[in-house]
Design a protein around this ligand. Structure first.
Ligand SMILES: Cc1cc2nc3c(=O)[nH]c(=O)nc-3n(C[C@H](O)[C@H](O)[C@H](O)COP(=O)(O)O)c2cc1C
Length: 308
């Protein structure tokens, strides 16, 4: 038997497969389709202080090798989440990561501290990387502002570990990752969707109403892999901070690549839209691969790619 458990801060996941924010329902509705007790962790939809309708339709489009979305953080707001969703958390048999978004330091702090009070949520993920709202990158795009934000959120978490989800949109995100770690991040989630455009050539309009949206799925995997490798080698490894490698994992080999590049866990998003059971198939393939590698634990393989 190989050990598939991995640690994010003080929290042990039963395996490294994490369902990514916004792709598994608000609070694990995907549990209607798959057995969540086999999954390492699920992430909630990003929740903001006030309800948000998100962007106008059309908000999603299919790409040749992925999808484009500009949902715009549509969610019910933290009060409704606490009343209607939070009571379910303790009944879901896996680690739950509460995803937090906002447009000001105060709003992030109030949502994060509300999440921290929910029995069954053990980690919060600070989403500072939404490309689909006018202010989604306000904090994630600038290391100084990110530090100010996280320095207020960290003390508001009395129980939960803090994950920080970064975007590649600012370019080189090594300073942003460094700032997150110095501000007390227990893990980094890399990456969110990548700003992208698709055009309907017959109607000569953009495929989604907002124009630019966030690309996800196989098309972004090599970019996500490069970012995980850079951040692991240049920032996170020496600090001992784990990474959830997220972006275009459709097959167990994509997940294995993330582990070799330096990820401790792997986020699955778009694959769940193709088939909700793909995450379990990816876990199976990953487990067999660890066995074939002759390892006792998947952690032995983290960052073990031979880089040139
Ligand atoms: C429809 C959709 C909604 C998403 N909503 C959120 C969200 O609310 N919060 C967040 O942090 N990321 C959100 N994401 C980004 C995913 O969590 C993930 O980072 C991204 O899709 C890349 O992974 P993938 O290629 O496996 O999908 C969303 C992605 C999609 C496709």
């Amino acid at each position: 038997m190989v050990k598939m458990q991995v640690k994010l801060g003080q929290v042990t996941l039963r395996n490294p497969v994490v369902l990514a924010a916004g792709t598994a329902g608000v609070m694990g509705e995907i549990g209607d389709a798959i057995d969540l007790s086999k999954i390492g962790a699920i992430t909630t939809k990003s929740i903001t202080q006030l309800p948000r309708n998100g962007n106008s339709p059309i908000r999603m489009a299919t790409l040749a090798n992925g999808m484009l979305n500009a949902i715009g953080l549509a969610n019910e707001g933290i009060d409704s989440f606490i009343q209607n969703q939070a009571p379910m958390a303790a009944t879901i048999d896996t680690t739950i990561i509460g995803s937090v978004a906002g447009d000001s330091i105060d709003s992030y702090v109030s949502v994060a501290s509300a999440m921290d009070s929910v029995d069954g949520i053990d980690l919060v993920e600070i989403n500072v990387s939404c490309p689909n709202t006018s202010d989604g990158l306000e904090f994630g795009g600038c290391p100084k502002r990110l530090t100010s934000l996280l320095n207020e959120i960290r003390p508001a978490l009395s129980r939960c570990g803090m994950l920080v989800k970064l975007s590649v949109a600012p370019g080189d995100i090594r300073p942003h990752a460094q700032a997150a770690i110095e501000s007390g991040a227990d893990a980094l989630t890399l990456i969110n969707t990548i700003p992208a455009l698709a055009i309907d050539v017959e109607t000569k309009t953009t495929a989604i109403s907002r124009g630019v949206g966030g690309a996800s799925g196989a098309v972004i995997h090599p970019v996500a892999l490069r970012v995980v490798s850079d951040i692991y080698n240049d920032v996170a490894k020496d600090a001992g901070i784990p990474i959830i490698g997220t972006g275009g994992t459709m097959h167990w080999k994509d997940a294995a690549e993330f582990i070799l590049a330096g990820a401790t866990a792997v986020g699955i998003g778009t694959a769940s839209f193709v088939n909700p059971a793909l995450s379990l198939k990816i876990l199976q393939g990953l487990t067999s691969w660890v066995k074939r590698q002759g390892c006792q634990s998947i952690t032995e393989l983290v960052g073990s790619v031979k880089l040139p």
